[in-house]
Design a protein around this ligand. Structure first.
Ligand SMILES: CC(C)(COP(=O)(O)OP(=O)(O)OC[C@H]1O[C@@H](n2cnc3c(N)ncnc32)[C@H](O)[C@@H]1OP(=O)(O)O)[C@@H](O)C(=O)NCCC(=O)NCCS
Length: 211
């Protein structure tokens, strides 16, 4: 098996050490269609075509791009070539009871997922983020470092939660929802549901003002 991390920017660079630890350094490559060098941090860079030409028939990938729309495009591109997806998971993550995480996730160091949680495909949870009990998270959701996602919260596909944001817990009969494609700014304190596609910031969080 060989593993390609597609995307060698900041997101990928903080995830490659996890891949090396999980799969062995000799199995890991960057995939970058416009490489500016032959290696990054000691790991060889291949273009997508070069990755496909490697001898090993068992090729897997994780899309290490924070932008969820780009992530989705690269997932389609890999899937079209029959490449399967791996989850990158730091050894010190804490995952408790009845947690389902879809393929292709990236769980950075110190991430905690507690209990009775459903998470979709290609989820990114950056350093020190947590997901508390009874949350439902869609596909291509991105948590920046230090996101505090409390219990009974539902988050739609392609939502982005900025660094240090705190989301108030919902209730069993009325989860707090973050709609599809919504963006929560760094440091926001989200006290009520956020509609799809909106950008909310501040404490208490409110839609960002635009002129
Ligand atoms: C909310 C966010 C998406 C808005 O980005 P943007 O649309 O480019 O907005 P701008 O930077 O033009 O800022 C617009 C205004 O909102 C303010 N603002 C931006 N983000 C803010 C935040 N998180 N909290 C409070 N105010 C914020 C800016 O100061 C600016 O105010 P001004 O008009 O008075 O000067 C972005 O600022 C953010 O918080 N991104 C998350 C960053 C992050 O977590 N990165 C982690 C990387 S691993």
């Amino acid at each position: 098996m060989i593993v390609g991390l597609y995307g060698s920017g900041g997101c990928g660079r903080s995830l490659m050490p996890l891949a090396r630890e999980q799969f062995g350094a000799d199995k890991c490559f960057w995939i970058d269609d416009h490489p500016a060098s032959e290696t990054i941090n000691g790991t060889p860079i291949l273009t997508f075509s070069q990755f496909l030409m490697q001898d090993d028939p068992d090729k897997r990938a994780c899309i290490t791009v924070a932008n969820s729309k780009v992530r989705a495009k690269l997932v389609e591109k890999c899937a079209a070539e029959g490449i399967a997806f791996v989850t990158l998971q730091a050894a010190n993550t804490v995952v408790m009871d009845d947690v389902e995480v879809g393929e292709g996730a990236a769980l950075s160091p110190f991430v905690t997922l507690t209990s009775n949680i459903r998470i979709g495909r290609h989820f990114h949870a950056n350093l020190y983020s947590y997901v508390e009990h009874n949350c439902v998270i869609g596909d291509y959701v991105t948590f920046a470092p230090g996101v505090r996602c409390n219990g009974y919260i539902h988050i739609g596909d392609h939502a982005y939660i900025g660094s240090g944001a705190i989301i108030r817990n919902g209730r069993p009969d009325a989860p707090l929802t973050i709609g599809d494609g919504a963006v929560i700014g760094m440091g926001a304190v989200v006290t009520r549901s956020v509609p799809a596609g909106e950008i909310w910031i501040g404490n208490p969080a409110a839609p960002i003002a635009r002129d």
